[in-house]
Write a protein that binds this ligand. Structure first.
Ligand code: IMP
Length: 195
């Protein structure tokens, strides 16, 4: 992106640049690798938003590391979590006795993470840590322990690097806010509920 060029026509402000994210992901991977040394590291990636972070993290982590995916849906408006969650796609592999790191895009109210960590503990993980690109601590409704946080952000709705608005903008390499007129536009036909 050249100087003065808009990051994307729908973006109001870039909060975290692609360069900062890439540098921070390397640091997070180094911390995880150090803490998990000698363990059978297993990443539980939360679909869909955690995919971008997981893809970058896993390439920075020393092998062997395994990955599995879970999709949890929360019912609510496009920009607020309702707190009602259910599993849409379950894990394929067992987590029993394993050293698990959950990979999430953002911890907002903490409700999704709370549900997921309870589930993984019930399934008998040996160790459980959480890595999230973003943390919005002021939005918390239930406590959430996030050991590896990329960046702390204020209570604004953000998109990019895995985070969506109506399933769009996940591929932006930076994190930013949307212009208000974009957020108010009606959903295109056929767009499924948020995962
Ligand atoms: P929770 O409120 O902590 O349960 O957050 C659940 C999910 O809401 C996250 O994994 C995101 O997918 C989504 N979410 C929360 N805040 C944002 C945001 O600012 N932008 C896009 N998605 C968000």
């Amino acid at each position: 992106m050249g100087i003065g060029e808009p990051a994307h026509p729908d973006v109001a402000e870039v909060l975290i640049s692609a360069e900062r994210i890439q540098a921070r992901v390397k640091e997070l991977a180094a911390e995880i690798a150090r803490d998990a040394a000698g363990q059978d590291l297993h990443l539980v990636v939360v679909l869909r938003g955690g995919v971008i972070l997981a893809a970058d993290l896993v390439r920075e982590l020393p092998p062997p590391v395994s990955m599995d995916f879970i999709a949890i849906s929360s019912y609510g408006s496009e920009t607020r979590s309702s707190g009602v969650v259910r599993i849409v796609k379950d894990l394929e592999d067992t987590v029993e006795g394993r050293y698990v790191v959950v990979v999430e895009d953002i911890v907002d109210t903490g409700l999704t993470l709370n549900y997921l960590t309870n589930l993984l503990r019930d399934r008998g993980v040996a160790a459980l840590e959480v890595c999230a690109l973003l943390d919005k601590p002021t939005a918390r409704r239930v406590p959430a322990e996030v050991r590896y946080v990329g960046f702390t952000v204020p209570e604004a709705f953000v998109v990019g690097y895995g985070l969506d608005y109506k399933q769009r903008y996940r591929g932006l390499p930076f994190v930013g806010t949307l212009r208000p007129e974009v957020q108010e536009s009606p959903a295109p036909p056929g767009v499924p509920p948020r995962l």
